[in-house]
Write a protein that binds this ligand. Structure first.
Ligand code: ADP
Ligand code: MG
Length: 344
């Protein structure tokens, strides 16, 4: 397998709130390999954005770092000295948010914002930076780039703004691109184009991508691996093929069953109930109260992360050798039957 570029281990972050301490992420571990797309999926509130903000060093002021490490090139980013902060975060590791305006300066022409990254971070002379910025705009699919160089963010559509943010990341020579719901605010056609762009850049530049989404459907054709998050933990992780065609965790089953546009569309099931209040995380498997497959032990004791294959792990008591065999939901059966017939 390709080399590791990022290694997140036992990462835990809480927040002080007026109601008490909220445990947003509770021991998140994963590796990111060079040139791969790792998707992190889960319902709203599961801790996806907190995970990505922790990597970027962008946690809110009321956050409490509870422990864990984020290794990048032999350095623990959680212990990074101030002077190295901007060399890595926002540069080698760049992030794209749902709202591109949050990373663009509204009063500076877009081309100049790209050129500034080249001048200040890469030390490029001004004229060369302008030329290169225009090339980068073209490479992310902005036509008439030489004219549009001088335009302001408000003169661009949402999809085009997202392309500019991506061009800035490229100007920073990013190795890791963290995309946090980058297409959620865009309509479906534009969404597809942005996904295509991210995919192409990944291949052309051997970028490593963390792609965060609440929608498994979005990553079906682009993720190499998928981590499924629930209540601040990764409950299942595996290759895309393993998560789609051989899922083991009932929460992953529920996510798959609630996906429209799959073979399973006739059996579309919303996930019943709501995620837990993380000020009072439930005992045992946090998904148990919503899980019709829950065993008695799920309400008492947290399941270990069972190994399914070298690339596939899931935290569910159903994988215990003595667990009863259960009938998986219809949607999952349909997917399992497709396995082997589907070429990636
Ligand atoms: N600054 C904050 N203060 C208090 N709670 C927060 C803060 N940021 C995030 N949270 C809480 O942390 C949990 C995880 O949030 P988040 O990572 O944003 O979820 P998502 O998976 O939707 O991206 C949620 O319960 C959220 O309400
Ligand atoms: Mg989020």
């Amino acid at each position: 397998m390709a080399d590791k570029i990022l290694e997140v281990k036992d990462l835990a972050v809480s927040f002080k709130t007026q109601y008490g301490i909220l445990q947003a992420i509770r021991g998140v571990s994963f590796d990111l390999h060079r040139g791969e797309t790792l998707a992190i999926v889960g319902e709203s509130g599961s801790g996806k954005s907190v995970t990505s903000r922790a990597i970027m060093g962008l946690l809110a002021g009321n956050s409490i770092y509870e422990g864990g490490s984020i290794m990048y090139q032999g350095r623990d980013l959680t212990q990074l000295p101030e002077e190295l902060f901007h060399e890595i975060r926002g540069s080698k590791i760049s992030m794209i948010f749902q709202d591109p305006m949050s990373s663009l300066n509204p009063i500076i022409p877009v081309g100049k914002q790209i050129a500034e990254a080249l001048i200040f971070k890469m030390g490029m002379p001004k004229e060369m930076a302008k030329k290169r910025a225009i090339e980068l705009m073209e490479s992310v699919g902005i036509t008439n780039a030489d004219k549009r160089y001088s335009q302001y963010p408000f003169q661009f559509s949402g999809g085009m703004r997202q392309r500019i943010v991506i061009a800035i990341a490229l100007a920073n020579d990013a190795e890791i691109l963290i995309c946090d719901e980058p297409t959620t605010a865009l309509d479906v056609t534009i969404q597809g184009q942005i996904l295509e762009l991210i995919n192409r850049l990944k291949k052309e530049r051997n970028l490593s991508i963390i792609f965060i989404t609440h929608d498994l459907g979005v990553v079906a054709n682009m993720a190499d691996r998928i981590a499924v998050m629930y209540a601040g933990k990764i409950v299942e992780i595996g290759t895309s093929e393993e998560i789609f065609y051989d899922p083991k965790h009932p929460y992953t089953w529920a996510l798959l069953s609630s996906m429209p546009n799959l073979a399973s569309s006739k059996h579309l099931d919303a996930i019943p109930g709501t995620p837990p209040n993380m000020i009072y995380p439930p005992k045992g498997d946090a998904f148990a109260p919503r899980n019709k497959y829950a065993l008695a032990i799920d309400f008492e004791q947290e399941p270990p992360l069972y190994k399914v294959s070298d690339t596939h792990y899931a935290a569910t008591w159903l994988l215990h050798p003595d667990a009863p065999k259960v009938e998986v939901p219809e949607a999952v059966k349909i997917l399992q039957r497709q396995r082997g017939r589907v070429k990636k």
